[in-house]
Design a protein around this ligand. Structure first.
Ligand SMILES: [Zn+2]
Length: 283
């Protein structure tokens, strides 16, 4: 059940002896998206499928299974709500479920003054996906549209569940279509489909961008009729070229952003100090 929260401005310094400077700098949700994955030049690919799952995610999972590839699915709560069977499949077949907000809004400054609304965007999804995650699975977050504000990190890190999230995770590959001399140099799937390109044409952009960077975190979506064929084409070519496929929790670079289990309950926050407390704790 969703808990009610309210914000309180707490005057004066908050001190939590267990936190070190390094912890508070590196752990927690970050003040800006994490752009550096460490997978470039590593001949390693982390496929990420955003905005689902829906009925078109099933064929994508079939493709992953056929190639013995594990990926990460950043799900949107209101989409996943009617496809819990897909959440179960993602988990059962060894891929990782991650959080991409409840309704995929642009998390603008409007949320700065409405912490409960912001927290709901992540907690709603968390409550939905948590039952399908395996013991020990880590929680990752990607901001809708990759848009992130530092003020939001402070608000979310005060939540006892969301503080354990790693992110926001950005991507290396798949952000946009680019062309040079008539060649597709990079692709992003939703825009390929908008241009009515085939999966084979769209894949060329992904493959060229992956080869140029020799690996990275790849952004795709598992929502569309051609999603499975695109994934199949990219995976097949990359496996032939010896690329390794990993889930985000196999990316060593991200380990530094994990919140230590010994960390205090609430992060030290910069002034003005905003702390989120349960309604029942408010006298
Ligand atoms: Zn998205």
């Amino acid at each position: 059940m969703r808990q009610l929260w309210m914000s309180a401005i707490v005057a004066g310094a908050l001190s939590f002896g267990a936190a070190t400077a390094a912890d508070s700098d590196l752990a927690w949700l970050q003040r800006s998206s994490i752009f550096h994955s460490g997978l470039r030049q590593a001949h390693t690919i982390a496929l990420t499928f955003d905005d689902g799952p829906n009925k078109n995610t099933g064929p994508v999972l079939d493709v992953l299974k056929a190639h013995n590839v594990k990926a990460t699915f950043f799900v949107v709560g209101e989409v996943a709500a009617t496809h819990h069977n897909m959440l179960a499949r993602i988990s059962n077949e060894g891929s990782l479920i991650a959080n991409h907000s409840a309704t995929h809004p642009l998390l603008t400054g409007l949320y700065d003054n409405d912490p409960e609304k912001l927290i709901h965007q992540l907690r709603m999804v968390h409550d939905e996906i948590a039952p399908y995650m395996k013991p020990g699975d880590k929680f990752y977050f990607r901001a809708p549209y990759g848009y992130w504000r530092s003020a939001h990190a402070a608000i979310l890190n005060a939540d006892p569940v969301l503080r354990d999230y790693i992110g926001p995770i950005y991507w290396d590959i798949g952000g946009q279509i680019s062309m040079r001399d008539g060649y597709i140099m990079s692709s992003t799937d939703w825009d390929c489909w908008r241009h009515k390109w085939s999966a084979q044409t769209c894949a060329k952009g992904y493959l060229r961008e992956i080869r140029r960077s020799d690996g990275g975190v790849v952004l795709m979506h598992s929502l569309y009729a051609k999603s499975a064929e695109l994934a199949d084409t990219v995976i097949e070519a990359m496996q032939e070229e010896g690329y390794r496929f990993v889930r985000l929790d196999e990316v060593p670079e991200y380990r530094q952003y994990e919140t230590p289990q010994t960390a205090p309950a609430v992060a030290q926050l910069s002034s003005p100090q905003m702390v989120l407390v349960r309604n029942e704790d408010v006298k």
